[in-house]
Design a protein around this ligand. Sequence first.
Ligand SMILES: [Zn+2]
Ligand SMILES: [Zn+2]
Length: 144
Amino acid sequence: MPHCPTLIHQLRQRGYRITPQREMIIQALASAGGHVTAETIFEQVKDRSSAVNIATVYRTLETLVVEGLISRTNLRNGLAVYVTNQHGPHIHLVCRQCGGLIVMAPAGMVPLVEQIQAEHHFTADLQHLSLSGLCASCLEKAKN
Ligand SMILES: [Zn+2]
Ligand SMILES: [Zn+2]
């Protein structure tokens, strides 16, 4: 929860107007304490304000992503999930068969990021990645 005033403060500093709707959306995101979808946030705020619609929720979340204050990744079937940067960098390993999810630290990706930087002068964002593949049990089933 203490992350919420920080996010609002940072947005305001960057010249964004904090409407009551934006504030409610940010509150819902910060108090979730983990991954949320735009739909989850919409469910929480729609009873408090009829001025909020799903498009407002998406726009507010995407503004926070563009400003680097929160991060988004796409899980199975392109489902977008958002998490505040307080959560720390991590990678989702998503099984494309069963949808199973493993979360790992991104340390092993550092050499790849350095190679991308050297070859393409592109700074890859390691904060929140999602890799698709097969989990151990689905791989085992595929062999039989
Ligand atoms: Zn699987
Ligand atoms: Zn994540």
